[in-house]
Every structure is written in C-alpha cells, then in structure tokens.
Design a protein around this ligand. Structure first.
Ligand code: 13P
Length: 253
C-alpha cells in the first residue's frame, strides 16, 4: 500500500471497550455484514488485551487491518503496564494512534511526549495516525489555527522528510468527541484545510490522508465524507456496534 493511498479510510477506535470475548463476537458479526471492498481501507484499534482475539477472528480477512491505541515512548525497560511500539508491531499491528485528545487530557500526553511516541511508532515500522483538535474554549477564543499549528509542528519538526511522509492525520475537535455533536461538513472542511496548510508549512505531505473524528455515525457519514479534504473517519462510539460500523464502512458503496 502506498503511503498516499487515496482510498477512503474507515477507522474504529474502540477505546476501553470490547474485551477479548466481545471483540471476537464483534468481528464474527462484522464479517457477515461487511464484504471486502477494494476501494476503501478499514482499520481497527482494539484495546491491547483484545488484539489476539481480533487477529484470530479476522485471520482470513486481511482487509480488516489492525492498529493499537497507544505505545510507550521508550523502546523497552522497567515501565510497568506499558507496551512498546516494537511489541505492537510484533503482535501484528500495522497502525498506531498518537495524540488522541483522551491521551492528552487523561494521561498527560503533551506535544513533546507525543512527538517521542511518533518517533517510536515510525522506528518500529508502524504507521502513526496523529490526532489533533481544539477544545470548545479554544475554538470560541479564535485559537483554532494556533492550536492545530502547535500540535502539528511539535511532531513534524522533529521528523525527517522521509518519516513525515509516513504520517496519517486525524482532525478530532474535542467538543465533538462522544458528545453527539458533529462538526458541520463545512466546519470539517475548513479545519481540514487548516490542518493541510499547517502540514505543508511544517514540511509534511500536503496531500496526506486526514480523517475526521467526532460523533461520526451512519446518519452523517455520507455528508462528512463528501466534505472537501475529508479522506476518511475515525469513529469511537458508533464503531463498537457491528451494525453501525458496517453501515459506516459501506458508505458510498
Ligand atoms: P466518538 O465517535 O465516540 O465521538 O469518538 C471519536 C473519537 O474520539 C475517535 O478517536
């Protein structure tokens, strides 16, 4: 797969949902609902404990790709409870999220730490999905561009040109995550345009894949995917139900 694959990407961030038995049941049902399609990519980010169950249940469906939600910033060592990027790669993962707003808020992942994690993710041969996005307060204070610029530059300026070309991005306005409040397609298009120009300014690939995330569901997927500059979606709540995620992944079919 080329780094700049233009097929729409449908990504499921299961967050802290679906343990091994639930993950197995999900994949069993999802496979019946969603036939492989060559014109889209589908990636799942299960919790670590469910990685093995996900792989066992999806074994003969390589179109259902595996990612992980987080890695530690060190390669290995005495870090109780943590998982390294190379372990994630060894487990069969191809992708890894970095900079998710829940990691930023709940676990103190700041720009510097996120940059270190992205470095590890790339060094392990995984493909990072760098998540950026503003809070409601930041948006209302007119700081959208400044926040996106800071979050992107913090990572991109630390990478080589070659590594910068391997990034996928997700724009996730914090106020739209888990709230049922989705960005209007015009707001998503505007923010994706800003992300794209900041990527260019920081030396990244302007044509990179940028996902939208925040209360994506079957009822709004078509209009979001039709918004200029939206190359796919990163779905939380609606991705843990096989019916709704299959409906999302069937958009445009
Ligand atoms: P929701 O789809 O539940 O709003 O979550 C979005 C998200 O955070 C995906 O990473």
């Amino acid at each position: 797969m080329s780094e700049n694959d233009r097929r729409p990407m449908f990504a499921a961030n299961w967050k802290m949902h679906l343990g091994p038995a639930d993950a197995e049941a999900f994949v069993g049902r999802f496979r019946d609902l969603y036939a492989p399609r060559g014109d889209a990519r589908v990636v799942f980010f299960p919790p670590y404990l469910s990685v093995a169950a996900f792989l066992a249940a999806s074994g003969d469906r390589p179109d259902l790709e595996l990612g992980v939600q987080d890695v530690h910033q060190e390669e290995g060592g005495a870090h109780t409870g943590a998982v390294s990027a190379s372990m994630a790669a060894q487990s069969g993962a191809l992708w890894c999220l970095a900079g998710h707003s829940e990691r930023r808020r709940e676990f103190g992942d700041d720009d510097e730490l996120i940059a270190a994690k992205v470095g590890r993710i790339l060094a392990a041969g995984l493909r990072p999905v760098l998540c950026v996005g503003e809070t409601l307060g930041e948006r209302e204070a007119g700081r959208l561009e400044e926040v996106l610029s800071r979050q992107l530059a913090a990572v991109l300026t630390r990478l080589s040109d070659e590594d910068r070309a391997r990034l996928t991005y997700a724009y996730e306005p914090v106020w739209a995550i888990g709230t049922g409040r989705t960005a209007a397609p015009s707001d998503a298009a505007e923010a994706h345009g800003l992300v794209r120009s900041e990527i260019g300014r920081a030396g990244g690939v302007v044509g990179a894949t940028i996902l939208y995330g925040g209360s994506v569901k079957p009822g709004n997927i078509d209009e979001l995917l039709a918004a200029p500059g939206v190359d796919g979606v990163l779905v939380g709540g609606a991705s843990v139900d096989p019916e709704s995620f299959a409906a999302i992944c069937s958009s445009g079919r």
